[in-house]
Design a protein around this ligand. Sequence first.
Ligand code: GLN
Length: 500
Amino acid sequence: MTNYKDIQDFKGKYPRQLWYLFFSEMWERFSFYGMRGMLVFFMVDQLQLDKVVANLQYGATQAFVYAFTFIGGLFADKILGYRRSLFWGGLLMIVGSIVLAIDPKEFFFLGIGFNIIGTGFFKPNISTMVGNLYKENDPRTDAGFSLFYAGVNLGALLGGYLCIAIGKRQMFENLIPANMAWHVAFGLAAVVMVISLLTFTNTQKSLGSIGLSPLQHLEPKKKRAYEYLTYIGSLAVIPIIMTMVSKTEYTDMFMYIIGPASLIYLFYEMRYFSSTENKKLIAAVLFMFFSIFFWAFFEQSGGSLSIFAANNLSGTVAGIPLDPNGVNNSANSLFVIIFAPLIGLVWLWMNKRKAEPNTLIKFGLGFIFLAIGFYVFYYTRFFTNKDGVTSLDLFSTGWLIITFGELCLSPIGMSVMTKLSPQKLQAVIMGMWFLASAYGQYFAGLLGANIAEASKDSSNMETLLIYTDGYKQLAIYSLVGGVLVIALSPFIKKLMGGVK
Ligand code: GLN
């Protein structure tokens, strides 16, 4: 078997294994974002849930999905190894989407439950494996994660568009009978998840010793017992998740507990590591902390920005008629696909000239781009007509700028997690990185609800002013965030040891 050290000695810009992980993740994100894009619409239109309830439950699913990445990471580090975790997670996601395809109305929460747990086992571990393709401090790591991130968004774009369009009968309506549209839409998520898993199983040999079981030293019987217990345990949690998603008070409670619990766990684990390693772990926690704010603002996309798009944005980009909500949903992914590989190459180019900014500066830049993007959203108010409808062109430009911010923070964040964590904690740390996203999603909901509350019973013009005022506030906070990260950078840099 190829040792992972040999894999890490690859020549060229990207290791070939990155492409295999790229495609597995692309199909998984297709399935994930395809499903995510259907949730709220399906709940309101088909399950006839109240809009507020649907939004809250949607928020709960998103928070749980990312919260379970911590647990998925934990079990991967301790028991299953990344590869088996990924396989198990993929299998659960397939089952979840098949359940939904069979009867989306009847089995809605059951299907969602499977998908939440499945993503928890899949998502952090595939990202950790990307990090494992690189040696510590290999300058090509960030570029690798940027490319991987393009795969994430390619899947998100295709799935996010196709599944809902099929469900709403805006595509293939001649081929699919009306009463089968939603079955097919959820079925498509299942099919692509099968492709994801097959891509992985057919290429995993090339990963050599990366991601194998951490329990190889145990006798096989004992090892298997631990593994089966993990499988059974994860199935047993599904009914609990189903209850928690349908009663969102429990989500609040869960969010109060899971973050502190993960920190306590990390501090407990720190006993085993040297002070240099622990300092790096503290730096990792600081990065996670900052990322919560980033995602809380960024994830307005699914919440307040979609309401803003529906009410206050015109229907053309560069003269081409386009649905403003469609643009709000997909512009970001499209920009990531175009610019992620390019930015990856810019980092490599700068590195060769010894001019590449370190992770802290990249994070700070991430916030500053976010601030400019939200300022552009604010600025749309100066382009309004008398009905409070403003420029979708300018709005899309805002997304372009925010995307640059995302590219400075999200792939770089994953990359630095793998660099700052000792081998034994890699997946937990990656899980915690995504757990920060869970909080981001959660706070995004609260922030968005505040903006929405303030604009109740207002005219369209007043709504425009209230929303854009809200975005100006977010722009100011992001700017403060960026300045703070850059100001704290000498201190955090010390914690990071030699990691850039
Ligand atoms: N859009 C990215 C993904 O799905 C990042 C998600 C996140 O960390 N919030 O991988």
